[in-house]
Design a protein around this ligand. Structure first.
Ligand code: SF4
Length: 285
Protein backbone atom coordinates (compact mmCIF):
# COMPACT_ATOMS: atom_id res chain seq x y z
CA UNK A 1 0.00 0.00 0.00
CA UNK A 2 2.82 2.36 0.95
CA UNK A 3 4.65 1.75 -2.31
CA UNK A 4 1.50 2.12 -4.36
CA UNK A 5 0.69 5.39 -2.64
CA UNK A 6 4.27 6.56 -3.07
CA UNK A 7 4.28 5.68 -6.79
CA UNK A 8 0.99 7.42 -7.29
CA UNK A 9 2.08 10.65 -5.57
CA UNK A 10 5.42 10.52 -7.39
CA UNK A 11 3.57 10.19 -10.71
CA UNK A 12 1.26 12.99 -9.64
CA UNK A 13 4.25 15.16 -8.74
CA UNK A 14 5.94 14.54 -12.11
CA UNK A 15 2.66 15.21 -13.94
CA UNK A 16 2.26 18.55 -12.11
CA UNK A 17 5.92 19.49 -12.80
CA UNK A 18 5.38 18.81 -16.50
CA UNK A 19 2.22 20.92 -16.48
CA UNK A 20 4.06 23.74 -14.73
CA UNK A 21 7.03 23.61 -17.08
CA UNK A 22 4.72 23.45 -20.09
CA UNK A 23 2.96 26.53 -18.75
CA UNK A 24 6.27 28.30 -18.20
CA UNK A 25 7.66 27.57 -21.61
CA UNK A 26 4.50 28.77 -23.33
CA UNK A 27 3.99 31.99 -21.41
CA UNK A 28 3.01 33.57 -24.66
CA UNK A 29 3.01 36.71 -26.58
CA UNK A 30 1.92 34.80 -29.65
CA UNK A 31 0.08 31.67 -28.49
CA UNK A 32 -3.47 30.96 -29.63
CA UNK A 33 -5.86 30.49 -26.71
CA UNK A 34 -9.34 29.15 -27.48
CA UNK A 35 -8.86 30.32 -31.06
CA UNK A 36 -8.00 33.89 -30.02
CA UNK A 37 -4.81 35.27 -31.52
CA UNK A 38 -2.76 38.25 -30.43
CA UNK A 39 -2.83 41.04 -32.98
CA UNK A 40 -1.50 44.47 -33.74
CA UNK A 41 -4.26 46.83 -32.72
CA UNK A 42 -5.10 50.32 -31.72
CA UNK A 43 -4.74 50.71 -27.99
CA UNK A 44 -8.05 51.26 -26.27
CA UNK A 45 -7.79 53.90 -23.54
CA UNK A 46 -9.92 54.04 -20.43
CA UNK A 47 -10.19 56.77 -17.85
CA UNK A 48 -8.03 55.76 -14.90
CA UNK A 49 -9.35 55.36 -11.36
CA UNK A 50 -7.76 57.11 -8.36
CA UNK A 51 -6.49 60.14 -10.26
CA UNK A 52 -6.24 63.57 -8.72
CA UNK A 53 -5.51 67.01 -10.12
CA UNK A 54 -2.55 68.75 -8.49
CA UNK A 55 -0.76 72.02 -9.32
CA UNK A 56 2.15 69.94 -10.71
CA UNK A 57 0.03 67.69 -12.94
CA UNK A 58 -2.32 64.68 -12.65
CA UNK A 59 -1.42 62.37 -9.80
CA UNK A 60 -2.11 58.63 -9.84
CA UNK A 61 -2.85 57.39 -6.32
CA UNK A 62 -2.90 53.68 -7.09
CA UNK A 63 0.57 52.82 -5.87
CA UNK A 64 3.17 54.42 -3.59
CA UNK A 65 5.07 55.77 -6.62
CA UNK A 66 2.27 58.38 -6.86
CA UNK A 67 3.33 59.51 -10.33
CA UNK A 68 2.52 63.12 -11.16
CA UNK A 69 2.23 63.50 -14.92
CA UNK A 70 1.90 66.42 -17.28
CA UNK A 71 0.19 66.40 -20.69
CA UNK A 72 1.50 63.52 -22.86
CA UNK A 73 3.73 62.02 -20.17
CA UNK A 74 3.74 58.28 -19.49
CA UNK A 75 3.78 56.76 -16.00
CA UNK A 76 6.58 54.89 -14.31
CA UNK A 77 4.59 51.67 -14.88
CA UNK A 78 4.54 52.44 -18.63
CA UNK A 79 0.81 52.00 -19.09
CA UNK A 80 -0.81 55.29 -18.01
CA UNK A 81 -0.73 58.54 -19.90
CA UNK A 82 -2.20 62.02 -19.55
CA UNK A 83 -4.34 63.22 -22.44
CA UNK A 84 -6.49 66.39 -22.35
CA UNK A 85 -5.67 66.82 -18.66
CA UNK A 86 -7.02 63.38 -17.71
CA UNK A 87 -5.16 60.21 -16.80
CA UNK A 88 -5.93 57.19 -19.00
CA UNK A 89 -4.90 53.57 -18.66
CA UNK A 90 -3.62 51.88 -21.81
CA UNK A 91 -3.81 48.51 -20.05
CA UNK A 92 -7.48 47.63 -20.44
CA UNK A 93 -8.86 44.80 -22.56
CA UNK A 94 -5.51 44.21 -24.24
CA UNK A 95 -3.51 41.53 -22.41
CA UNK A 96 -0.19 40.57 -23.99
CA UNK A 97 -0.13 37.23 -22.13
CA UNK A 98 -3.03 34.81 -21.89
CA UNK A 99 -2.63 31.28 -20.61
CA UNK A 100 -4.43 28.44 -18.92
CA UNK A 101 -2.22 27.48 -15.98
CA UNK A 102 -2.31 24.99 -13.14
CA UNK A 103 -3.12 27.05 -10.06
CA UNK A 104 0.09 25.78 -8.45
CA UNK A 105 2.01 27.88 -10.99
CA UNK A 106 0.71 31.15 -9.47
CA UNK A 107 1.86 29.70 -6.99
CA UNK A 108 -1.14 28.92 -4.79
CA UNK A 109 -0.91 25.62 -2.98
CA UNK A 110 -3.96 25.72 -0.72
CA UNK A 111 -6.65 27.33 -2.89
CA UNK A 112 -8.53 24.92 -5.14
CA UNK A 113 -5.49 22.66 -5.60
CA UNK A 114 -5.40 20.80 -8.89
CA UNK A 115 -7.64 23.38 -10.60
CA UNK A 116 -6.87 25.59 -13.59
CA UNK A 117 -6.56 29.37 -13.66
CA UNK A 118 -7.28 31.50 -16.72
CA UNK A 119 -4.24 33.77 -16.51
CA UNK A 120 -3.84 37.22 -18.03
CA UNK A 121 -1.38 40.11 -17.98
CA UNK A 122 -0.94 43.40 -19.76
CA UNK A 123 2.41 45.12 -20.22
CA UNK A 124 3.73 47.27 -17.37
CA UNK A 125 4.92 47.17 -13.77
CA UNK A 126 5.45 49.70 -10.98
CA UNK A 127 8.75 48.13 -9.81
CA UNK A 128 12.00 47.60 -11.69
CA UNK A 129 13.37 44.41 -10.11
CA UNK A 130 16.90 43.57 -11.21
CA UNK A 131 15.99 39.86 -11.25
CA UNK A 132 12.64 40.11 -13.05
CA UNK A 133 11.85 36.90 -14.93
CA UNK A 134 9.16 38.54 -17.06
CA UNK A 135 10.96 41.76 -17.91
CA UNK A 136 10.01 41.56 -21.60
CA UNK A 137 6.42 42.33 -20.62
CA UNK A 138 6.85 44.07 -17.25
CA UNK A 139 9.27 46.75 -18.42
CA UNK A 140 7.42 47.86 -21.51
CA UNK A 141 4.17 49.46 -22.57
CA UNK A 142 0.95 48.00 -24.07
CA UNK A 143 1.61 49.91 -27.30
CA UNK A 144 4.86 47.96 -27.75
CA UNK A 145 3.48 44.43 -27.24
CA UNK A 146 1.23 42.28 -29.44
CA UNK A 147 -2.02 42.03 -27.54
CA UNK A 148 -5.15 39.95 -27.42
CA UNK A 149 -8.48 41.68 -27.87
CA UNK A 150 -10.11 40.58 -24.62
CA UNK A 151 -12.52 42.87 -22.80
CA UNK A 152 -13.59 41.83 -19.26
CA UNK A 153 -16.78 40.03 -20.39
CA UNK A 154 -14.72 37.98 -22.86
CA UNK A 155 -12.12 37.16 -20.20
CA UNK A 156 -14.88 35.67 -18.06
CA UNK A 157 -16.62 33.79 -20.87
CA UNK A 158 -13.27 32.32 -22.01
CA UNK A 159 -12.48 31.28 -18.44
CA UNK A 160 -15.85 29.53 -18.17
CA UNK A 161 -15.42 27.91 -21.60
CA UNK A 162 -11.98 26.60 -20.54
CA UNK A 163 -13.43 25.18 -17.32
CA UNK A 164 -11.12 27.33 -15.21
CA UNK A 165 -12.29 27.79 -11.64
CA UNK A 166 -10.45 31.07 -11.36
CA UNK A 167 -9.03 34.01 -13.27
CA UNK A 168 -5.47 34.94 -12.33
CA UNK A 169 -4.22 38.50 -12.83
CA UNK A 170 -0.55 37.72 -12.98
CA UNK A 171 2.83 37.62 -14.83
CA UNK A 172 3.48 41.40 -14.84
CA UNK A 173 1.79 43.55 -12.14
CA UNK A 174 -2.02 43.53 -11.87
CA UNK A 175 -2.05 46.63 -9.66
CA UNK A 176 -0.91 48.61 -12.71
CA UNK A 177 -3.75 47.17 -14.81
CA UNK A 178 -6.02 47.87 -11.88
CA UNK A 179 -9.15 48.92 -13.80
CA UNK A 180 -8.99 45.81 -16.03
CA UNK A 181 -8.50 43.56 -13.01
CA UNK A 182 -11.31 45.20 -11.07
CA UNK A 183 -13.93 45.15 -13.84
CA UNK A 184 -13.07 41.58 -14.88
CA UNK A 185 -13.21 40.45 -11.24
CA UNK A 186 -16.71 41.89 -10.74
CA UNK A 187 -18.02 39.99 -13.78
CA UNK A 188 -16.15 36.82 -12.76
CA UNK A 189 -17.79 36.85 -9.33
CA UNK A 190 -21.23 37.05 -10.97
CA UNK A 191 -20.34 34.02 -13.11
CA UNK A 192 -19.13 32.01 -10.10
CA UNK A 193 -15.47 32.22 -11.15
CA UNK A 194 -12.89 33.05 -8.44
CA UNK A 195 -10.33 35.87 -8.74
CA UNK A 196 -6.65 35.55 -7.90
CA UNK A 197 -3.90 38.17 -7.92
CA UNK A 198 -0.20 37.41 -8.15
CA UNK A 199 1.26 40.74 -7.13
CA UNK A 200 4.24 42.59 -5.69
CA UNK A 201 1.90 44.13 -3.09
CA UNK A 202 3.02 47.63 -4.07
CA UNK A 203 -0.31 49.43 -3.86
CA UNK A 204 -1.85 52.14 -1.68
CA UNK A 205 -4.38 51.12 1.00
CA UNK A 206 -7.49 52.75 -0.51
CA UNK A 207 -7.34 51.12 -3.97
CA UNK A 208 -6.31 47.84 -2.37
CA UNK A 209 -9.34 47.77 -0.06
CA UNK A 210 -11.64 48.43 -3.02
CA UNK A 211 -10.00 45.60 -4.97
CA UNK A 212 -10.11 43.18 -2.03
CA UNK A 213 -13.90 43.31 -2.13
CA UNK A 214 -13.77 41.23 -5.35
CA UNK A 215 -10.57 39.20 -4.90
CA UNK A 216 -10.63 35.69 -3.42
CA UNK A 217 -6.95 34.79 -3.16
CA UNK A 218 -3.57 36.47 -3.46
CA UNK A 219 0.01 35.40 -3.67
CA UNK A 220 2.20 38.36 -2.75
CA UNK A 221 5.94 38.65 -3.29
CA UNK A 222 7.75 39.73 -0.16
CA UNK A 223 11.08 40.26 -1.85
CA UNK A 224 13.25 41.10 1.17
CA UNK A 225 12.87 42.14 4.78
CA UNK A 226 15.47 44.90 4.54
CA UNK A 227 14.43 48.41 3.49
CA UNK A 228 17.69 49.26 1.72
CA UNK A 229 17.84 45.91 -0.15
CA UNK A 230 14.24 46.44 -1.22
CA UNK A 231 15.08 49.77 -2.76
CA UNK A 232 18.21 48.53 -4.54
CA UNK A 233 16.66 45.29 -5.81
CA UNK A 234 13.21 46.55 -6.81
CA UNK A 235 13.15 50.35 -6.80
CA UNK A 236 10.32 50.20 -4.23
CA UNK A 237 9.90 50.41 -0.46
CA UNK A 238 9.28 47.59 1.99
CA UNK A 239 6.72 49.21 4.32
CA UNK A 240 3.88 49.60 1.79
CA UNK A 241 4.19 45.89 0.97
CA UNK A 242 3.90 44.96 4.65
CA UNK A 243 0.82 47.21 4.94
CA UNK A 244 -0.71 45.47 1.92
CA UNK A 245 -0.17 42.03 3.46
CA UNK A 246 -2.06 43.12 6.58
CA UNK A 247 -4.91 44.52 4.47
CA UNK A 248 -5.28 41.31 2.43
CA UNK A 249 -5.37 39.34 5.65
CA UNK A 250 -7.77 41.69 7.47
CA UNK A 251 -10.14 41.73 4.50
CA UNK A 252 -10.40 37.95 4.45
CA UNK A 253 -8.58 37.32 1.15
CA UNK A 254 -6.84 33.91 1.08
CA UNK A 255 -3.17 34.88 1.34
CA UNK A 256 0.00 33.02 0.40
CA UNK A 257 3.42 34.67 0.30
CA UNK A 258 6.43 34.14 -1.94
CA UNK A 259 9.89 35.00 -0.62
CA UNK A 260 12.51 34.43 -3.31
CA UNK A 261 15.95 33.79 -1.84
CA UNK A 262 18.47 35.56 -4.07
CA UNK A 263 22.04 34.58 -3.08
CA UNK A 264 23.99 37.61 -1.89
CA UNK A 265 20.84 39.75 -1.77
CA UNK A 266 18.10 38.14 0.32
CA UNK A 267 19.73 35.11 1.93
CA UNK A 268 20.64 36.70 5.28
CA UNK A 269 19.35 34.20 7.83
CA UNK A 270 18.73 36.84 10.54
CA UNK A 271 16.55 38.84 8.17
CA UNK A 272 14.67 35.71 7.09
CA UNK A 273 14.10 34.90 10.76
CA UNK A 274 12.81 38.44 11.45
CA UNK A 275 10.52 38.17 8.44
CA UNK A 276 9.07 34.84 9.63
CA UNK A 277 8.42 36.27 13.10
CA UNK A 278 6.70 39.32 11.62
CA UNK A 279 4.54 37.13 9.36
CA UNK A 280 3.65 34.91 12.27
CA UNK A 281 2.59 37.92 14.36
CA UNK A 282 0.74 39.91 11.69
CA UNK A 283 -0.46 37.49 9.05
CA UNK A 284 -1.28 34.20 10.73
CA UNK A 285 -4.73 33.45 12.08
S1 SF4 B 1 0.16 52.62 -10.73
FE1 SF4 B 1 1.61 53.36 -12.28
S2 SF4 B 1 0.92 55.46 -12.68
FE2 SF4 B 1 -0.03 54.84 -10.78
S3 SF4 B 1 1.38 55.59 -9.22
FE3 SF4 B 1 1.92 53.47 -9.64
S4 SF4 B 1 3.54 53.59 -11.17
FE4 SF4 B 1 2.54 55.58 -11.14
Amino acid sequence: MYNKGFDSSKRDFIRKCLLVSAGMTCMPRSAIINGIRPQDQNIYRKLALFQEETPRGIMCRICPNECVLREGEVSKCNNRRVNDSKLYTMAFGNPCSVNIDPIEKKPLYHFFPGSRAFSIATAGCNLVCLNCQNWTISQTSPDKTRNYDLMPDKVVSEAVKSQCRSIAYTYSEPMTFYEYTYESAILARKAGVRNIVKSNGYINPEPLKKLCSVIDAANIDLKSFNESTYLKLTGGKLLPVLDSLKIYKDMGVWLEITNLVVPGWTDNIDEISKMCKWLNRKCSR
